[in-house]
Design a protein around this ligand. Structure first.
Ligand code: MTE
Length: 325
């Protein structure tokens, strides 16, 4: 992956780390007001184009905050979350997805769920939106490159979908296959990765309630550069596990070959749990730069084991996480 490193800083806790709930709420309702004011109709309106996106005008997506799954860290600015992205189908610079993703056609869209399941399904966006109550969950996302953000995502546990297709006893892993269409995606065809971008989880990881089938962020449908119309977010793993613009979910027997693992197997393992004790071969993973906290006195944060989501540790008991990185 391309690396952008900030000058080294000192690890200090930030006093601004914890934002009072009231401030969150007013920020959230402001975003919702903006979306409401600008868009009439249901949640499935055609996306509004780049200029509108930049102004926060995606169709709104009402969701109830799930405090049990929400980090109290200060949320990243919408502008940062939508202009500093990794989405190689639209180019490798952080600013490319925001500039280029307007060509992505998100409607109609279907996700087919297949493989080792008793009840395969093909769902359109409407069906996905209605499958389970939408929740807002504020998750930290830590990129393998050494930066992180805190984003209020909208979706529901992937396990809601998994239980409907009834995986067979042979299903050991879940593979996420994303759109790869050269006509819509100028980066597809570049040799940086094999396309489509594929990611995968072990079935128990996919079933963990934190694994979020994600349809929106900041109270709106997903902006295109963030993986519209549907992605996953796996907050205890490096960001590249959180595949964007998913078209197929396959339940399989064998560990899937994933895009980054195929590109550089010694650098990107299948598990890719956030782990400050296991460095990337080319850089340390002990600390991170929180986007939005740049400035003259750049202070890096200590990276937390499992990105701070210690509940997931039981998924890996008995495993050597240096070996299964
Ligand atoms: N999904 C697809 N299809 N293509 C990509 O290039 N990049 C990954 C992940 N999902 C990527 C992807 C990486 S490296 C990261 S860090 C996150 O998306 C970034 O998500 P964000 O831009 O919404 O913060």
């Amino acid at each position: 992956m391309l690396i952008k490193r900030s000058p080294n800083g000192i690890d200090l806790p930030f006093s601004s780390e914890i934002t009072p709930r009231a401030v969150f709420e007013s920020r959230r309702s402001f975003m919702r007001q903006m979306a409401l004011g600008a868009v009439a109709g249901g949640a499935l309106l055609e996306s509004l184009g780049q200029e509108a996106l930049a102004q926060g005008l995606n169709p709104k997506l009402a969701a109830k905050l799930n405090p049990a799954y929400s980090a109290l860290d200060k949320q990243s600015a919408y502008k940062d979350a939508t202009s500093y992205n990794n989405f190689y189908e639209f180019g490798t610079d952080k600013s490319d997805p925001a500039q280029n993703a307007h060509t992505l056609k998100t409607q109609p869209w279907t996700v087919s769920i297949e493989g080792e399941v008793k009840k395969p399904l093909t769902l359109d966006l409407d069906a996905l939106l209605k499958l389970a109550p939408l929740e807002e969950r504020v998750y930290r996302l830590r990129c393998v490159e050494g930066w992180s953000m805190v984003i209020p995502w909208v979706g529901y546990s992937l396990s809601e979908l998994i239980k409907r297709v009834e995986p067979t006893g042979n299903a050991k892993y879940v593979e996420f296959i994303t759109l790869a269409d050269k006509k819509q995606m100028p980066g597809v065809g570049s040799r940086v990765l094999q396309w489509p971008y594929v990611e995968g989880l072990r079935l128990d990881e996919a079933n963990h309630p934190l694994t979020l089938l994600t349809l929106g962020m900041y109270g709106e449908t997903l902006p295109k550069q963030n993986g519209a119309p549907v992605r996953i977010v796996v907050p205890w793993k490096y960001g590249f596990k959180s595949a964007k613009s998913i078209v197929k979910i396959r339940f399989v027997r064998e560990m899937p070959r994933t895009a980054w693992n195929l590109a550089a197997p010694s650098e990107y393992g299948f598990y890719s749990n956030v782990n400050p004790e296991v460095d990337h071969p080319r850089w340390s993973q002990a600390s991170e730069r929180r986007i939005g906290e740049d400035g003259f006195f750049v202070r890096k944060r200590k990276t937390l084991m499992f990105n701070g989501y210690s509940d997931v540790a039981s998924l890996y008991s008995g495993m050597d996480l240096k070996k299964f990185f």
